[in-house]
Design a protein around this ligand. Structure first.
Ligand SMILES: [Zn+2]
Length: 163
């Protein structure tokens, strides 16, 4: 599967799981506790999607880039502002719930995990040049952050100017 498609499907999976978390939380709030299996499945999904996202991220920045800087430029730079606001609302919700119903299993924490992942994946897909293969004018494969071709030394356009 190509990287843009993988990122798209991971993003859809994150938002779907996010919706399930909110529905689960709504049911729990009404007094109908969903089966514990649902909680476990969502918990595992956070790790699975997170691992897949981490592998995509690693593939993009490889080992030549500083991990923190690379993560800012890829996962955070185009993080949608409305997802930031959603995450802040979820944190407030988690704190309120912890104060009011400290014993209930919270789906909001899982929802926060999925929202963060979906935002990071959106950030990746808003920078499509991160996800496609690049070549220098002479056909050598280069990374998006290369300013010169490592093979022949040709000057390369900036990554965001490449199509
Ligand atoms: Zn070259």
């Amino acid at each position: 599967m190509s990287l843009p498609r993988l990122v798209k499907w991971l993003r859809i999976a994150s938002w779907t799981a996010f919706a399930v978390c909110i529905v689960g939380q709504a049911f729990a709030g009404l007094g109908f506790n969903p089966p514990i299996g649902l909680y476990v499945a969502l918990f595992l999904s956070v790790f699975l999607i997170g691992t897949a996202t981490g592998i995509v991220q690693f593939k993009i920045v490889l080992i030549e880039r500083d991990w923190l800087l690379g993560s800012y430029e890829t996962l955070l730079r185009c993080f949608p502002i409305w997802v930031v606001l959603l995450c802040i609302a979820l944190v407030v919700g988690i704190v309120v719930q912890a104060l009011l119903q400290p014993t209930d299993s919270s789906y909001l924490g899982l929802a926060l995990g999925f929202a963060l992942q979906a935002g990071a994946l959106s950030s990746l897909s808003r920078q499509p040049w991160l996800l496609i293969k690049h070549a220098c004018p002479n056909g050598h494969e280069v990374n998006f952050y290369n300013r010169f071709c490592p093979t022949c030394g040709a000057l390369l356009p900036r990554s965001s100017e490449r199509t």
